[in-house]
Design a protein around this ligand. Structure first.
Ligand code: 7PM
Length: 266
């Protein structure tokens, strides 16, 4: 899954795809084509920055940022267009514009989001976050982080099924960096099998995150090796979908893992 953030302030690609306050559709189209040629099967389009302390965006702003991009990408691209949103109106409009997946860092807990998602019939990714984006990194705290994240995701998956979402259309995501310290993030990576035990495919987003800075001291522009390493470790532990900024480089790493798995099966 390649990341395309249509926001002025995302930590690693902020403002890159905006000209003024409008999405730069030509540049996005080129980047999307490059990601697909490099092996992306899903493109994740987001119009709300979930950076700690980020300014909230209005519903209209989110619609203006995301919808034209969904339209352009779903028309001329083989990849599934995923929309990173928590907003019911954006969920509905994105589905009408051709989106093929919904990705919600709030796991469809906003008023009306669950019903809106169910109505679209699209696959949904449910992510765990402790607190909200403004304050989540202030003092994250857990007794048993893996157990608590698993419990939350299991409950949200049940809520989705009760709302009419097919079990086959649910993905789970531990939400690396969303209300978590480095120790919490590493415990979740080490304990990924306990999330797989819930019976749903697992998506992970580790690309360029600050846990890499904590482990390597690298600035955001210098986290490629750390990002690939984490992606590969997650894939090796059973993650089904990797949300990444550097598609070509991650795809190379996955080819190597796939070759090893083939030999191990023989
Ligand atoms: C600041 C902090 C800016 C975090 C951007 C981010 C995930 C996601 C994001 C994830 C799923 C980023 C994140 N991260 N959706 N959206 N899983 N499902 O690194 O880990 O792009 S935003």
């Amino acid at each position: 899954m390649g990341v395309l953030n249509i926001t002025p302030d995302s930590f690693s690609d902020g403002g890159r795809w905006l000209s003024g306050d409008k999405p730069d559709l030509d540049a996005l189209r080129r980047e999307a084509d490059a990601m697909c040629a490099s092996g992306a099967r899903v493109l994740d389009v987001g119009g709300e920055s979930t950076r700690p302390g980020a300014a909230p965006v209005s519903e209209q702003e989110e619609l203006d940022r995301v919808l034209p991009v969904v339209e352009v990408l779903s028309a001329g691209c083989d990849a599934i267009v995923s929309v990173d949103t928590s907003t019911p109106a954006v969920i509905r409009a994105a589905a009408d514009a051709g989106a093929g997946m919904l990705n919600d860092v709030r796991a469809l807990r906003r008023d009306g989001a669950l019903a809106a998602a169910a109505q679209t019939g699209l696959p949904v990714c449910l992510m765990h976050m402790q607190g909200d984006p403004a304050t989540m990194q202030v003092e994250p705290s857990y007794g048993d982080v893996v157990g608590e994240v698993a419990e939350f995701l299991d409950q949200r998956a049940t809520a989705c099924r009760d709302a009419g979402i097919d079990a086959q259309r649910i993905l789970l995501d531990p939400g690396f960096g969303f209300g978590k310290t480095l120790a919490h993030n590493m415990a979740l990576l080490a304990g990924l099998s306990r999330l797989l035990d819930l019976g749903f495919p697992v998506l992970v987003g580790l690309s360029r995150k600050s846990m890499i800075a904590k482990l390597t001291g690298r600035d955001v522009g210098e986290r490629l090796a750390g990002s690939i390493s984490l992606a590969l470790l997650a894939a090796e532990r059973g993650a089904s979908l990797l949300r990444v900024h550097d598609v070509a480089e991650t795809a190379d790493a996955l080819r190597i893992l796939a070759a090893l798995k083939t030999v191990e099966k023989e």
